[in-house]
Design a protein around this ligand. Structure first.
Ligand code: SAM
Length: 335
């Protein structure tokens, strides 16, 4: 089926053909902006989806028109049965991709290739080893950096995600752009977003407009090319003339892209989130385990999706802590 069925259409007329599935809540890094220092309360193992359940739920979405599935987490590659999950999902008629911190991705090159995964998003918030250690609370910079080079060499299409934070890595914006000079990767600057326990405040965020000020200070106007964004793209894409790669900004805070949002999220414990910022969830896993059809639950959840950012339609609302403390941290949602 190529057309998105009614159950994946919301009350604002948006069709949802893209499902992000979180495979695990745990992670082998401890990024300060993603996980609170004390860690997150993990769901009991028995309430996490098994690979059979992941397949079954994914298949229902695909039967109803989902054409893209991205696996995420936590860190999806630390799930032991990742090869089986990939194998099962690769039997579905979807574009399968993955978001990873790339710490151990070198061990999975063959598995990824064998299952048709060729688009990979890797998170890397600093090109400086010391800063990387500071933000991730782990010493894995060299592995991640070398694995990025390896993935490019192996022919994967690569996006490198960097969350920008004031006073931390904003001075690396141009270094990241220059990283795309000889490497065919897209570096995507992500505006820092509020989630439970990440001590977000607007003043820590570097906005789309600020990124572009750095860019225009460093490059002449005619060197900066605005690229055509893909349909439903969350990012605004640019290239420096003559560079092999490109860069982009994901401006969920200052310039949300909700009108064209086609995404749904399934957490590792089988809860459907209709928006990253939504504080409500719909329990697909309990329904599935009770032997009941999950389509009605999906339909109700999708229909209820709010027009903008889970109801936080203004910057003022986004800054009201009680509105986002009901949301999980990013590692527990699946970024
Ligand atoms: N472990 C994988 C990784 O590191 O890419 C996948 C999960 S991680 C939660 C997915 C993405 O969410 C990463 O690119 C991370 O930078 C982003 N992220 C987490 N917390 C965020 C926040 N508060 N604001 C913006 N992006 C965030």
């Amino acid at each position: 089926m190529t057309e998105v069925s009614k159950i994946l259409q919301d009350s604002h007329g948006r069709d949802h053909a893209y499902l992000r599935i979180s495979l695990i809540e745990r992670c082998n890094l401890r990024c300060t902006y993603c996980m609170p220092e004390e860690g997150v309360k993990l769901s009991p193992k028995s309430s996490l989806m098994t690979y059979e359940e992941i397949y079954e739920i994914a298949k229902t979405f695909v039967d109803n028109g989902v054409t893209k599935i991205r696996l995420t987490g936590g860190e999806p590659l630390i799930r032991k049965d990742i090869p089986i999950i990939l194998e099962k999902l690769a039997t579905l008629p979807v574009e399968l991709s993955i978001t990873s911190n790339a710490v151990i991705i070198d061990k999975y090159i063959d598995v990824l290739k064998a299952n048709g995964v060729n688009k990979i998003n890797v998170s890397l918030d600093s090109l400086d080893e010391g800063k990387f250690k500071h933000i991730t609370r782990r010493h894995e910079f060299k592995k991640v950096y070398n694995n990025i080079l390896l993935l490019v060499k192996e022919g994967f299409t690569l996006k490198v995600n960097a969350v920008l934070m004031k006073g931390f890595n904003e001075n690396e914006i141009i270094d990241f752009i220059n990283f795309t000079k000889d490497l065919p990767v897209s570096v995507r600057f992500i505006e820092f977003m509020p989630f439970d326990g990440n001590k977000w405040d607007m003043s820590k965020m570097i906005s789309y407009a600020e990124v572009m000020r750095y860019v225009h200070d460093a490059f002449a106007e005619d060197e900066v090319e605005r690229l055509q964004d893909a349909p439903n793209d969350t990012s605004k894409n640019y290239r420096i003339k003559g560079y092999q790669g490109s860069f982009a900004i994901i401006s969920s805070v200052t310039n949300p892209f909700c009108d064209s949002c086609n995404r749904l999220r399934l957490t590792a414990n089988g809860q459907l989130k209709n928006c990253l910022f939504s504080s409500t969830e719909s329990d697909l896993l309990t329904t599935l385990r009770a032997g009941k059809p999950i389509e009605p639950v999906i339909q109700k959840a999708v229909w209820a999706k709010l027009k903008v950012r889970g109801g936080m339609d203004t910057l003022k609302k986004l800054q009201e802590p009680e509105l986002h403390t009901n949301n999980r941290s990013m590692t527990a949602i699946g970024g």
